[in-house]
Design a protein around this ligand. Structure first.
Ligand SMILES: Nc1ncnc2c1ncn2[C@@H]1O[C@H](COP(=O)(O)OP(=O)(O)OP(=O)(O)O)[C@@H](O)[C@H]1O
Ligand SMILES: [Mg+2]
Length: 322
């Protein structure tokens, strides 16, 4: 174990369209991204929450022949089926109560570019059928419309879970699965990436230093050890929040262990019981606590938990928290 505070290592760090890494596994994925970006093949990015799926989707767009065209992103997990349909395919005036004017929909707005369908495993089945049609004959019909519209859109989607099991559960169409994951890209979790916890820690420290205020130059041995040992369930987003926490609560040029959030110091948050509990129970309580702390504001609660608002929303639904 190191005894003195350390500065940044001199290992090579790559910044690939905003994706910072020192990990050879990730660099290999960049090579794959460079190749598939130039094609029209639908790509499915799979990875845990906060692992960088959206950054990959954006990189694919920017490296493609469509880079000067639009990039439209939508989260399929946060909208009701009818809202999602109208967001994606648009509607004509009077299509439903409240449709006071027509809306083009994202597929039309993404014409000539890329559409990013986040959390695609959560897409309702009837919308899956419409999406299949767009993939097959590049046409769709807006809600309440009579004419079909032709578009030229490249599809990149993402999911945190296996589509195959969604297919087995009859929640996802098998034909659609094959269509959208012509090229699957599996993002490793942060904890599995060689050197990345250290590389990204320094990346976020540099970003925070650049804002002025506290200037961290070295990391104390205890803090480094805690960072390296943490399992990072919230991946890079969680790490980013941990560094922001240290800037908020600490001072001086050395990042110390005491400035890390309790879960990194091997302590349980104050009001958490120490008896072992089932994962679901534990997670449920963590979420309820965060929501209580945030007065029900999901955005704040999600930030505290180191997960995206979408993930929080999904987990709340799975764990039946309202
Ligand atoms: N390798 C990386 N380098 C720099 N920043 C990163 C990296 N990976 C992720 N981030 C940052 O972490 C946050 C989460 O990344 P992103 O939104 O791409 O994750 P995600 O996999 O789409 O997460 P979710 O499933 O929760 O939507 C973003 O702020 C992003 O900029
Ligand atoms: Mg995302």
């Amino acid at each position: 174990m190191r005894k003195t505070p350390v500065g940044p290592p001199d290992r090579p760090v790559v910044n690939f369209y905003g994706i910072v890494t020192a990990s050879p596994e990730m660099m290999e994925l960049f090579e794959l991204v460079k190749k598939v970006a130039r094609t029209e093949a639908p790509v499915l990015v799979r990875g845990q929450t906060g692992a960088g799926k959206e950054l990959f989707a954006r990189a694919i767009h920017r490296l493609s022949g469509r880079a000067s065209g639009p990039f439209q992103a939508i989260n399929c997990a946060t909208l009701s089926a009818s809202m999602l349909a109208s967001e994606l395919f648009g509607h004509v005036k009077g299509a439903f109560t409240g449709a006071i004017r027509s809306r083009p929909g994202l597929f039309r707005l993404a014409d000539g570019g890329t559409i990013f369908l986040d959390e695609i495993a959560e897409m309702p089945l009837d919308i899956q059928a419409q999406l299949l049609r767009v993939l097959q004959d590049k046409t769709f019909t807006p809600l309440g419309g009579t004419e079909s519209i032709q578009v030229d859109v490249r599809i990149v989607s993402a999911t945190h879970r296996a589509l195959r099991s969604a297919v087995q559960a009859k929640a996802f169409r098998e034909d659609l699965m094959y269509r959208i994951r012509v090229v699957p890209i599996y993002l490793p979790a942060l904890a599995e990436r060689t050197h990345d916890v250290e590389a990204l820690t320094w990346h976020f420290i540099r970003e925070m230093n650049r804002r002025g205020g506290r200037q961290i130059e070295r990391i104390g041995p205890g803090a480094m050890e805690a960072l390296l040992e943490h399992p990072w369930p919230g991946n890079v987003r969680e790490l980013q929040n941990v560094i922001a926490y240290a800037y908020a609560v600490g001072e001086g040029h050395i990042l110390t262990c005491g400035e890390l959030p309790p879960e990194l110091r091997g302590e349980s948050p104050p009001d958490e019981l120490s008896r072992p509990v089932a994962v679901d129970d534990n997670e449920r309580r963590r979420i309820v606590e965060a929501l209580t702390w945030a007065n029900g504001k999901k955005g704040d609660a999600a930030e505290r938990l180191g997960m995206s608002r979408t993930t929080l929303w999904r987990k709340m639904r799975e764990l039946r928290i309202d």
